[in-house]
Every structure is written in C-alpha cells, then in structure tokens.
Design a binder for this molecule. Sequence first.
Ligand code: ADP
Ligand code: MG
Length: 232
Amino acid sequence: MTSGEKIKKILSVAKEEKRSYVLEHEVKEMLKEYNLDVTKEKVCKNVEEALGAAKTVGYPLVLKVVSPDVVHKSDSGGVKVGIKDDDALKEAFAEMLTAYNSQFPPESLKGISVQEMVQGEEVIIGAVNDPQFGQMLMVGMGGVFVEIFKDVAYRLAPIDKREAEEMLKELKGYKLLTGYRGKAPVNIEALCQALVDVSRALSELPEIKEMDLNPILVSDKRAVVADGRIFI
Ligand code: ADP
Ligand code: MG
C-alpha cells in the first residue's frame, strides 16, 4: 500500500465504524507516513500476546486501552506507565481489563496497547480546521503550561522549519527546552521537524477537523508522539 492508501484506509475504517475520531494507534500509523517519530507499540488481544510484544518493545513499558468508547484513557484507568517486567505486565493487564469491563461493554474493547515508554519534556501539538482560515497549528509546553498559563503559539499550516522555530521561541516555557538547572537541552531540531511534518499532514488532509497530540515527548535525542487523537 502507498502512503496515501494507508491513510485513506484508516479514515474509511473510522467512518465505517461510525466514529468521529481516529484512535491513538491509528493516529500514529497516519503520522508515521509523514515521517513522525512515534512510540513502538502493538495492540494485543490477550496477555500471552502482550508478553510476546514486550520482548520487542522492551521494559519499562506502558499499557493503554484501545477502544472507541474511551477518548480520555487515563480518566478511566486506561493508562499504566512504568511496567517493569513480565509479572508487573500480567498484573497490570488483568487490572486494566477488569477496570474496562466494569465501565464499558467488554465487546467494544479493541485490545490493550503494549507501548514503548519514552522520556522527555512534554510538548503538545494541536490543530483546528477553521472554516474561515483553514488548518491552524498550535504548539505548547505540556502540563500546567497549557492548562493554567495557556502558553501556546499558533500558525496557519503548512509552516517551514524557520516558522516552527519562531513558534517555539514565542512560548514562555521555551526555556524548559533549551536546558535549565543543569538539565540537558532537548533536540529542538527534531521538534521543529515534527511541527513541519504535522503541518504538512494537516494541509494534505482536509478531513482532519481537529488534532491533539498530547504529549509529544522531547529528549536530547528524539521528539516522539506518545498520544494522539484526530477528529474527522
Ligand atoms: P490520555 O488519553 O489520558 O491523554 P495518554 O496516552 O496521554 O492518555 O497517557 C497519559 C499520560 O501518561 C501522558 O500524558 C504521559 O504523561 C504518560 N504517557 C503516555 N504514554 C507514554 C509513553 N509512551 N511513554 C511515557 N509516558 C507516557
Ligand atoms: Mg494524552
């Protein structure tokens, strides 16, 4: 399948299932086609499969529910980070299933994602498709910076590398990226490239109504998409 066909397929599956949004693992599949760095992961149906996936993904890892019924996964016990070995995986897997089945129809669960755990500063990339202006790209520092300080920058997509850098420099939290209190600076270049690549995806995919990549984890090496939602 070509890149365009893969993306069409993901979007058409969402439409067939009458979903207005694309699930996290599908968002990552789409973004991979635009060269974004995403977590290594596998959606697993049972614990045996999860133990197998852990061999490829490596410990420590993250477990997440994959379901059209769950948009905000951590609100319903659907995210467990820092799972350190096979025993912890078995326990967390069982707990997650129990929590899911007590809140949602069991048959709606698509699986549990066994996901690479990554480190870094939390950054958010978002977008809204404005009927008047088109795809508006947003970037902000994660956590309290976005929630309390509304520390974000906007540009119309697509943008180039220089514009991506300008966006980041507008953020009050930019200092968190350039190294502070003995912390190593993050790979700003990789983050700028991620912004450029997301902006290209946005301008080529008008079906995207809203995008929320939260978080992107940026270290001195990589800028990795760890979670994502797209509304179509
Ligand atoms: P939600 O649907 O609740 O937004 P997320 O997938 O964003 O769920 O996970 C919740 C939090 O867990 C994230 O904000 C991040 O702090 C942490 N997290 C999620 N995935 C990873 C990962 N692959 N590596 C490290 N931390 C992660
Ligand atoms: Mg999230």
